[in-house]
Design a protein around this ligand. Structure first.
Ligand code: DGL
Length: 269
């Protein structure tokens, strides 16, 4: 595999959620060019079968390979659970592939002070039980309890954030008995960091709320360094943003996270 440091990093999600990961990548690796794809026409992924999500993920992978990306980051937990192996198989030899679940589960499994860990995510991620499996594979002593919170993605995509509607939904979900006495809550959906402070407020800022974007960005940096394709050129990259369907909120969120004016391009796959 002949990859070069000047190639872009391809990042995708069902919508705007992956922007939380992309912005952490931008912060840590400001020289890297990012090509972002939000599959807004097919959102939400969390309620679809894994077979369908895999099909979408492979189409996007194809697109990002054509864009000559050196690494593809699946910035969606649902797609990471449903399609990581299939994406790796498709990409074989042409780029590197990362998912968002492994860095987060490794991080939590090694934290000694966390005995009972809560996980919230989409129906797809939670019913796959992937966080429990991966955390317990590294550390069998951790108690992992998971809860599907499917209303949060549509609320975030519609811009219902830091308001009474989202506060009521958060309260209803997080008051679930399953999540009682947890030492930490993992946000196992890349949309949820958008409302991280609302969630922290529910816990009066006392429970550790873990958002995987920073650990994922650190993992990405390590992988690029190990493969000697970290971009060290001192030039501001021209990031590209694609969506499969225009939505009002995507652009607002992208500009908020990237702190720059973005030009959104429509590409239906
Ligand atoms: N952001 C996604 C995740 O991390 C998916 C949300 C959805 O489309 O349901 O799971």
């Amino acid at each position: 595999m002949q990859l070069s440091s000047s190639q872009a990093i391809g990042i995708f999600d069902s919508g705007a959620g992956g922007l939380t990961v992309a912005s952490a990548v931008k912060k840590l690796l400001p020289n890297e060019k990012i090509i972002y794809f939000g599959d807004t026409a097919h959102l939400p992924y969390g309620d679809k079968s894994f077979e369908t999500v895999k099909k979408y993920a492979l189409r996007i992978t194809d697109f990002l390979l054509k864009k000559n990306c050196k690494l593809i980051l699946i910035a969606c937990n649902t797609a990471s659970a449903a399609a990581y192996e299939a994406v790796k198989e498709k990409v074989k030899g042409k780029a590197l592939v990362l998912n968002v679940i492994d860095p987060a589960t490794e991080f939590v499994a090694e934290k000694k002070d966390l005995k009972k860990v809560g996980v919230i995510g989409t129906k797809g991620t939670v019913s796959a039980g992937i966080y429990t499996k991966k955390i317990n594979h590294i550390n069998a002593e951790k108690e992992v309890v998971s809860l599907a919170t499917p209303l949060l993605v549509p609320l975030i995509e519609e811009g219902f954030i830091y308001d009474n509607i989202s506060n009521a939904v958060i309260k209803e979900y997080l008051s679930n008995k399953k999540l009682e006495n947890i030492d930490a809550l993992i946000l196992a959906c890349t949309h949820y960091p958008v409302i991280k402070n609302q969630i922290r407020k529910f816990y009066n800022f006392k429970t550790n709320v873990i958002d995987s974007s920073e650990v994922v960005a650190r993992k990405l940096k390590d992988v690029l360094s190990e493969n000697e394709i970290l971009n060290t050129e001192n030039k501001i990259p021209d990031h590209e943003f694609f969506v499969s369907d225009y939505t009002d909120f995507f652009e607002t969120l992208a500009e908020m996270f990237f702190d720059e004016k973005i030009k959104l391009q429509k590409k239906y796959l």
